[in-house]
Design a protein around this ligand. Structure first.
Ligand SMILES: Nc1nc2c(ncn2[C@@H]2O[C@H](COP(=O)(O)OP(=O)(O)OP(=O)(O)O)[C@@H](O)[C@H]2O)c(=O)[nH]1
Ligand SMILES: [Mg+2]
Length: 223
């Protein structure tokens, strides 16, 4: 797949919420379910997509990806290996994606060929939570190497998320991680939050996330 790259200039940082609403409308018109994947740098967002996208393909759900990074096309190149359309956005310094960047990304994708759009936000546990993008579902990836108190220390991101993935559980024995404590902190912020322990390395529980997404797509189609 060809990889498209977009550089973002300063004049784009305006009217975020209005543009997010426009994005939502365009995606709905095309019956696309969209997911904003957030989390700290290196938590495993791209690694999860690398395991998840083949699962979605098996389920005949065609994917597109918008990759957000401050610089570089590393993640875009990794995703393009999966033979799905991918747009790499370089924010040129901003530590998060904004709605205008998603609008640009959407304009560079063949929307009629996509049923599921993943947006991988810039690796950061703070700023991405402050900017609406117009997507259907927010997911935070928190890996066990970051510690179990992350929801309590970075509450906004967890409180706006539908799903939290606790990644790198293959390292549990070495790292030591109290999953109950993490879960308590997260549920205090949002009681209905869905928590999926996962290993993007071994693939453990990636199917649970694929099941969740498939259900959300079916519900979306009903409404
Ligand atoms: N052991 C282990 N390593 C993992 C797992 N998931 C990701 N990694 C490793 O963690 C590192 C970062 O993974 P990425 O997928 O690039 O993380 P990311 O969140 O996309 O990073 P940024 O895009 O830079 O924010 C890589 O070395 C991965 O191989 C996992 O489940 N277990
Ligand atoms: Mg990444």
């Amino acid at each position: 797949m060809t990889l498209k790259k977009i550089e973002i200039g300063e004049n784009l940082f305006v009217k975020n919420d209005e543009i997010a609403a426009e994005n939502r409308k365009v995606l709905k018109e095309h019956n696309i379910f969209s997911i904003n994947l957030m989390g700290g740098p290196g938590s495993g967002k791209t690694a999860i997509l690398e395991k998840l996208i083949p699962q979605m393909k098996k389920r005949k759900i065609s994917c597109g990806v918008i990759e957000g990074d401050i610089a570089g096309t590393f993640d875009g190149e990794r995703i393009s290996q999966l033979d799905v359309p991918v747009v790499q956005i370089n924010t040129g310094g901003a530590c998060h994606l904004e709605a205008m960047m998603i609008k640009k990304g959407i304009e560079n994708l063949a929307l009629s060929e996509i049923k599921l759009l993943f947006v991988e936000n810039v690796g950061n546990l703070v700023c991405p939570a402050e900017f609406k993008l117009g997507v259907d579902c927010n997911v935070t990836v928190s890996s066990i190497t970051e510690g179990e108190e992350k929801p309590a220390k970075y509450p906004l991101m967890f409180s706006i998320s539908d799903v939290v993935i606790i990644n790198k559980i293959d390292l549990s024995e070495v790292v030591g991680f109290n999953i109950d404590r993490f879960t308590d902190y997260a549920k205090k912020l949002k009681s209905g939050i869905v928590i999926i322990p996962m290993s993007a390395k071994t693939g453990e529980n990636v199917e649970l996330f694929a099941d969740y997404i498939e259900k959300r797509i079916l519900n979306n189609e009903k409404n």
